[in-house]
Design a binder for this molecule. Structure first.
Ligand code: OXD
Length: 313
């Protein structure tokens, strides 16, 4: 009688298509499936997922690992029907960080060089000379100093920007000034010309960019949100942009994704929208660690980059 093979469930609507086949090749001891139809739930030993429908994993009582195919795990934290006690790991991948840092650098340079104003001038056929400024004249404030935030901060420093960091808890010896907690936030805001949001979304960070925050921003400050849509109070953001408090916002993440047709952000002259593509996972670099983590979990060892579900990241 042949032994029943373990199943690996792959679910990721936005990943490059080769992920599933690459996993199947790298883990020949598994049946890799992208649907649970016809699969006995007790055969599923590992799930590699990104933005799956809540409840998808509920019946998988023999699951040994939930490997998230991205840095943020909010969709797993929000799933109140997870099988109990299954370790959840997120991806920490150099190429994911690099890709994010390049996006943030591109947008920070564009904002620093006032590209949105130049673009508007072009559309209106106006020659508008804006004298270039040295990047050190712009302080980019990175909020969230995890792996992605630190990589962005260091990339921006390398480009000559002045960089300040903020995190909920103090992070010593980063090589650039950083502040922490509610007390540190006001002092941080006194310095910042361009905010970069890279915080995880938790009850403590939900709507951290609210009316109070925006009222304290330097006039004309700009914002790049590559964290999560829920970090920002959308009404307060539009008010701040309309009232000239904020100069421009670059948004890659939204409360509802895809951003619904007709949403007021689409046509706002001071909002730049990208479709949550600031970064992404690439099997060329991330497959090795996903495979190693699956094998670790199956061997009863501790997977790497585990998430604390009670903390939310
Ligand atoms: C992530 C993302 O969290 O792409 O990795 O949003």
């Amino acid at each position: 009688m042949s032994a029943v093979r373990n199943v690996l469930l792959f679910h990721s609507p936005t990943s490059v298509r080769s992920w599933r086949d690459d996993l199947a090749r790298a883990l020949p001891e598994f049946d890799v499936v992208d649907s649970l139809d016809g699969i006995a739930p007790e055969r599923v030993a590992a799930a590699v997922v990104w933005r799956y429908p809540p409840g998808l994993l509920q019946s998988l009582t023999r699951l040994r690992l939930i490997q998230v195919l991205g840095a943020g795990v909010d969709h797993v934290v929000a799933d109140d029907r997870l099988p109990p006690g299954v370790p959840v790991a997120r991806l920490v991948d150099e190429s994911l960080s690099r890709c994010m840092s390049l996006y943030v650098a591109m947008q920070a340079i564009a904002l620093h060089r006032r590209e949105p104003e130049l673009r508007r001038a072009q559309l209106e056929g106006r020659w508008t000379y804006i004298h270039p400024r040295h990047p050190s004249k712009t302080c980019v404030g990175v909020m969230g100093l995890g792996v992605l935030g630190l990589d962005c901060a260091r990339t921006l420093l390398g480009l000559g920007f002045t960089v300040a960091g903020w995190s909920r808890t103090p992070k010593p010896d980063l090589g650039f000034p950083s502040l922490a907690g509610g007390d540190g936030l006001e002092e941080f805001q006194r310095q910042v010309d361009c905010y970069v949001l890279l915080l995880p979304i938790t009850p403590a960070t939900e709507r951290i960019v609210d009316r109070t925050f925006l009222a304290r921003a330097k006039p004309g400050a700009t914002l790049i949100n590559v964290g999560r849509g829920g970090l920002v109070d959308d009404d307060a953001l539009v008010e701040a942009l309309d009232g000239d408090r904020l100069g421009h916002a670059v948004l890659d993440v939204f409360r509802t994704e895809p951003l619904p047709a007709g949403h007021r952000f689409w046509r706002h002259p001071r909002i730049t929208i990208t479709p949550h593509n600031s970064s992404g996972t690439d099997p060329a670099t991330a497959l090795v660690q996903v495979v190693a983590n699956v094998r670790r979990a199956l061997a009863g060892e501790r997977p790497e980059n585990l998430v604390d579900l009670s903390r939310g990241y």
